[in-house]
Design a protein around this ligand. Sequence first.
Ligand code: NAD
Length: 334
Amino acid sequence: MKIAVCSAQSYDREFLLAANHKAGHELVFLESRLNEETQRMVADFPVVCVFVNDILNQTVLQALAAQGTRLIALRCAGFNNVDIQAAARFAIRVVRVPAYSPYSVAEHAVALILALNRKIHLAYNRVRNGNFALPGLLGFELRGRTVGIIGTGRIGNAVAHILHGFGCRLMAYDTVQNTECIKLGVQYVTLHELYAASDIITLHCPLNQQTYHLINTAAVQQMKAGVMLINTSRGGVIDTQAVIAGLKANKIGYLGLDVYEQEGDLFFQDLSSKVIQDDIFERLLTFHNVLITGHQGFFTDEALHSIAQTTLENISFFERTGQCQNEVTSELLR
Ligand code: NAD
């Protein structure tokens, strides 16, 4: 099928072209993000392949339907950037990659925990400057610490298994309990109990109406002083202003982010010669105890291979049968 690949990066080309040897689709790579301003670029493509910061709201979907698009193929797990109900109204089917190596994101979340705790980002710069002094680099042992996991699906479950190996006490909050986590000894508690008991809180729930700004001022107030907060899920789960206030008050002792609510204007681009206009993001960068990566949790060889493979399989299945595998329907919004 003729597929427009939006927000295409060099690695998207590399992995999709390799997977396409077998699938044989016509791939057209477009570097721009898809949104209301760029929707014309995908005119006449029956399949549009998108990523996390492409915006498929009602206006864009209506235009795409009129331009002949019948399938949106997300090359990611999250689908908060697509208005699923509007897609159904315009008879556009939506498929995604629900499960590609959850270990890629889980290991990145743990990398952020370890780096923040042992202050690797500060130590790296000190040693390069010939400064081998240790004050300011004091860490703590993970063994015996309480970690609160919000969202124990594929990634949260993988995080639980890794941190179990470190000897952490594991607590979780989810709307559905995961039997693998229960077997591991994870204790399901209320959000309030999780906030009050956790030394480290790590977010692995999707962004939806219930989780939008879940971490707000009221949530931060319930947390332990000096808590470490890690977000590798979606930026909108955190109210950034509330978290900045928590950092300034020393309530939040460490913040590790791989995602940011306004990341669409920043991430996946080289802006090193530009002036960053986002003052909230710039404020975050001033804290010594904040470590930010640019949405790279998924970025492993294994995950990219699996994402490319499943994305093209989803499209081939639609071409062959007119049906969808890995479909996102409004059922998943509940
Ligand atoms: P998943 O669907 O397997 O698990 C999500 C879990 O969150 C489920 O157990 C679900 O019941 C739970 N949940 C739903 N609503 C909740 C709520 N209100 N409160 C608490 N828990 C709730 O998804 P996954 O594969 O584990 O991925 C989790 C999220 O990670 C994705 O939605 C995506 O936003 C994010 N993600 C980030 C990256 C990255 O590169 N940083 C990559 C992949 C996924």
